[in-house]
Design a binder for this molecule. Sequence first.
Ligand code: ATP
Ligand code: ZN
Ligand code: MG
Length: 304
Amino acid sequence: MDARTYDIEGFTEGLIENGLMVPTGIRGAWGRGPVFEDILRGFDDLVTRTAAPDNAQVLMFPPILARAMIEKVGYMDNFPQLAGSVHSFMGSDKQARELSAKVHAGERWEDMLSPTDVMLTPAACYPVYPTFTGLLPEGGKLVTVVNWVFRHEPSDEPTRLQHFRMREYIRVGRPDDVVQWRDAWLERGLALLKGLGLPVESDVASDPFFGRAGKMMAAGQLDQRLKFEILCPVISREKPTAICSFNWHQDHFSSKFGIRNADKSVAHTACLGFGLERVTLALVKAHGFDPADWPQAVRSQLWP
Ligand code: ATP
Ligand code: ZN
Ligand code: MG
């Protein structure tokens, strides 16, 4: 099987046969073999080396978010269809025995669970915004995070996962500085990915806001050129996959979290996210299932 033909089933089979991905029985949830992880880590390291001169503050968060945060950022208004909630058992001894009996009898038992205070993180940047609250230093701030994120979009496409990793950079500061940073990173991201032999292009994009009102929001986002994506053919030539996204939120987060510039004006935020599994799959699609056979110019960047 040649990784380079556009046949979703064949590509998926090749990924499994070559030990890159391991089926779990859940749609959009795969185990990753060591080669897959080597590629993913190699790419993430290349990104962080490329961005090192910017001196981003490095933060790490658990892949859960306070339910109150999900509410505050408007996630349930905009993307309820993608949300993932954590529930647990908080009942009595008697109810615990009932629960256990239901499980063993093959009956439904989920209604005996109650929502906890947390949800699964849907975007790696969300926990970062509250850390900016207050007056920013002159010139604003830059943070980088990597995290597992959850989205309820089960699919058989190897490029559409329910749980995946995102490397994000988050910039906060004056509107001009934030937009300039976003524009510069769009060029930098394209150059980085082209340098790895990926046939990428950028385009304006919109988020999958829920429902009819959501269509209007998506149209506004396109109109104002708030979101860009870097696209690469992975499972289809006609419908290339977004492997990196750039979002200019204007004052969406800074108004909610009270983030102001040194001169007290309302700050703007922007973020960019590399979908690490998608970049890994794009590299495999472009160069084949075995990285030992990849061009030396690509290998030397991923594993210097
Ligand atoms: P798509 O249009 O394909 O659904 P998106 O616009 O929802 O992508 P973002 O919300 O901007 O993507 O997420 C940032 C990055 O995370 C994307 O550029 C992509 O690389 C990756 N990504 C998004 N959704 C998935 C998914 N379901 N599985 C794997 N990677 C994903
Ligand atoms: Zn983000
Ligand atoms: Mg999406």
